[in-house]
Unconditional design. Structure first.
Length: 287
């Protein structure tokens, strides 16, 4: 359940509500800690929040406008501290549009991160494979995305600190992607690269839809990630994204799937992604 009034179309209601109120609550709990990197955890990656050193845990129930996650595999808290010596804030639990939330609510944490001065946003998700050479268990670096959610958290009145018409040419930072590929190579972690397409959900795709997405140039399909990236880019935050390919898309193998199977594969691959993320953080050069 959401505390107070949902932030509606824009997600900004001034310093006494919405982003402003949520930011003040989080900032007060952080004290002197000033996170530089935010990490959004997808299904099966919740354990990474437990590896944060000297953690400050902030339950969503304590943050105005933050709903409780309604999906298995998603916690409901922000965890701030250090990973590999880097001040981070970890979002353990997403707000999905298919749960009935607005795009503004899905992008609310990213707006709070922007107010906190975050420089880099790392997003992760579990996704279905569209490219036929991506079997379940593949780890994919997101090169770009296609937004087929038909929702955009930036729609509505122009918001403080956000570009009205943000350029999406380099949505996923090229230097960060190069660093990710370099670290993966050095650690011996297989890392593919491709385009992520976001759908509204919650139903999985039909075989015909998967064929359509393949023709559109998508390599992986999911139901998240894009709202927070759009908000982050409008605020000048550099973005890096990863998809855990949990299964081939419908019709590719002829086998059906379940959310439980998605979670199981995601948790297996998540350990590799965790090692990669910590390797990237260890080599980050922040201004």
């Amino acid at each position: 359940m959401v505390k107070g009034k949902e932030t509606g179309g824009t997600g900004w209601t001034g310093k006494t509500g919405g982003v402003g109120e949520a930011t003040e609550v989080v900032r007060k709990r952080l004290g002197t800690l000033k996170p530089r990197v935010a990490i959004v955890l997808g299904s099966g990656l919740g354990f990474l929040a437990d590896e944060v050193v000297d953690p400050i845990r902030i339950a969503y129930s304590a943050i105005p406008g933050f709903p409780e996650p309604g999906v298995a595999g998603h916690k409901g808290e922000l965890v701030a501290g250090k990973l590999e010596g880097v001040p981070v804030i970890v979002q353990a639990g997403r707000f999905h549009l298919y749960e009935g939330h607005s795009a503004a609510t899905a992008g609310l944490p990213a707006r709070v991160f922007g107010e906190l001065g975050i420089e880099i946003l790392i997003v992760t998700n579990a996704a279905g494979g569209v490219r036929r050479t991506f079997p379940g268990g593949t780890l994919m670096l997101i090169a770009d995305h296609i937004n087929l959610m038909w929702r955009n958290p930036l729609a509505g009145p122009s918001q403080p600190g956000e570009q009205r018409f943000p350029i999406m040419h380099h949505c996923y930072d090229s230097a960060l992607r190069l660093l990710a590929r370099t670290v993966a190579r050095d650690l011996g972690i297989a890392l593919e690269e491709g385009v992520y397409v976001a759908l509204l959900g919650p139903s999985y795709e039909t075989p015909t839809e998967v064929r359509m997405l393949e023709r559109l140039g998508a390599d992986a399909v999911g139901m998240s990630t894009v709202p927070e990236v759009l908000v982050a880019r409008s605020r000048g935050i550099r973005c890096l994204g990863f998809s855990i390919i949990t299964n081939p898309g419908a019709g590719i193998t002829g086998e059906a799937l379940s959310h439980e199977e998605v979670l199981a594969v995601s948790e297996q691959v998540a350990r590799r992604l965790s090692v990669l993320l910590k390797g990237i953080l260890a080599r980050l050069i922040l201004g």
